[in-house]
Design a protein around this ligand. Structure first.
Ligand SMILES: [Zn+2]
Length: 193
């Protein structure tokens, strides 16, 4: 029986590399993997290592209108596994779609994305995935102090931002990972100098 997986991280914890590693493991065993990536993710070209690896893999761009179930159902050959990068851009219905793919088509779906935004609110998709996923795994990253980072901080003009749209175009220089202590203290200085 296939499963729905939720791999989440605070921020920039090397999840693209994790995803690529999984895809590589499947291909090594002659299994096919279908990768989705968000149309909102414009960081790609800036990520040298990840982008080079990623560019060698076939992927499908998704947006809020993408019908995941129908896309898979219409394929001539079913993939052995589906990987979804930047899953924080999924809608609740699309997460339900993933669940249908797992249960009706018996294909494992692994979602990689943020659990919370920089104000510590659950994304709609991650709340739904928390409810549906059979396997939930945190990809760890660390704060500048060396402690485990669990918070996303949005940075603008050298300060932490507290009011912003939840979904922005993600760029490396606008977000950092912090531990709870330094997030609470608004202490971002050492991580951006
Ligand atoms: Zn810290």
């Amino acid at each position: 029986m296939s499963k729905l997986y939720f791999h989440y991280w605070a921020m920039w914890a090397g999840k693209s590399l994790e995803l690529i590693k999984v895809a590589y493991n499947y291909s090594e065993r002659w299994k096919s993997v279908l990768i989705f990536n968000s149309a909102l993710d414009t960081r790609f070209k800036q990520w040298e290592v990840s982008s080079r690896s990623w560019s060698s893999m076939p992927s499908i761009t998704f947006n809020e209108l993408t019908d995941f179930f129908k896309t898979i159902e219409d394929l001539d050959l079913m993939p052995d596994c589906i990987l979804i990068d930047e899953s924080q851009f999924l809608t609740k219905n699309q997460v339900n779609d993933c669940w249908r793919i797992v249960t009706k088509l018996n294909i494992p779906v692994m979602c990689y994305g943020l659990r919370t935004d920089f104000l510590w609110n659950l994304f709609e998709w991650s709340k739904r995935l928390m409810e549906l996923a059979q396997k939930i795994e945190e990809i760890k990253t660390i704060c500048w102090c060396g402690c485990k980072a669990t918070m996303n901080a949005r940075i603008s003009n050298w300060n932490m931002v507290i009011i912003w749209e939840q979904i922005e175009i993600w760029e490396n220089d606008k977000y950092i990972s912090l531990c709870l202590k330094h997030y609470s203290e608004n202490n971002i200085w050492n991580s951006i100098t």
